[in-house]
Design a protein around this ligand. Structure first.
Ligand SMILES: [Zn+2]
Length: 250
């Protein structure tokens, strides 16, 4: 891969970084990421990953844009209401960066289709809004030794966790939460959420994706970041691999 003058200009502020450089930027352009959910988290994740040059981006979301989404799902505009989220998002992202190959899936991620949707990607970024999908992605990434960067938001509270299953010893979501919690139907619709929190958590997820792909800095792998946007505290809590967990002998 040889950069054009335009590409050198486009990525110049990253290429100048010692930890990225030309080699790192090429690595980003060769990498592929699946974003699950084109919602509050998916919006900033998709915008940043497109802008900074992740070469292959897939987005899966079956939903249509609703007016109540617009307070936090910043990739959409008022005239997108009632249109399909994943395809609208990709139409906008194409204008942001023509270097990127996109693929949209207008369906719900299921046990049946996850392999077809996610097989060729390096990283899955989870911006879903329900535990069933979170566990499905966790188990798939564990089985297939992929990198998972997950985020969650509710009210003024956010969480981010990263599991790099290509490295042994990574704990998994089930080490933290063995089963789907009883109040698992609670989401932004019932609990409410502050719009800016989607930007904070989604941006941290996008940053984690870059670090994992380039293997730079210290990622959150093995920790859960707990964010309180009211007090503005960020707590990193160590997550140990549990000996009775499904992931233990993986
Ligand atoms: Zn586990």
């Amino acid at each position: 891969m040889k950069f054009t003058k335009k590409q050198i200009d486009r990525y110049s502020r990253q290429i100048i970084l010692k930890k990225i450089g030309i080699i790192g930027q090429k690595k980003l352009l060769r990498s592929s990421v699946l974003i699950v959910g084109a919602g509050g988290l998916g919006s900033p994740i998709a915008i940043y990953l497109t802008a900074l040059g992740i070469g292959n981006i897939r987005i899966i979301d079956k939903d249509i844009v609703e007016i109540s989404n617009l307070s936090r799902q910043i990739i959409f505009s008022s005239n997108d209401v009632k249109k399909n989220k994943s395809s609208i998002a990709i139409n906008k992202l194409k204008k942001l960066n023509p270097d990127i190959q996109f693929k949209s899936f207008q369906k719900k991620l299921t046990k049946k289709n996850i392999d077809q949707v996610a097989k060729s990607v390096d990283v899955i970024v989870d911006g879903s809004d329900n535990f069933r999908t979170r566990f499905l992605i966790n188990d798939y990434c564990l089985e297939n030794k992929k990198i998972l960067v997950s985020g969650a938001i509710s009210r003024f509270d956010g969480q981010v966790y990263t599991f790099n299953f290509s490295k042994n010893k990574s704990p998994c979501l089930r080490c933290f939460m063995p089963n789907i919690p009883i109040n698992s139907d609670d989401n932004c619709e019932t609990e409410g959420v502050i719009g800016t929190l989607a930007g904070i958590v989604g941006s941290i997820q996008a940053n984690e994706v870059v670090k994992e792909i380039l293997n730079i800095g210290e990622t959150l792998c093995g920790y859960i970041l707990i964010i309180d946007a009211l007090k503005l505290t960020f707590r990193k809590v160590k997550l140990n691999k549990r000996s009775d967990c499904y992931c233990y002998d993986k």
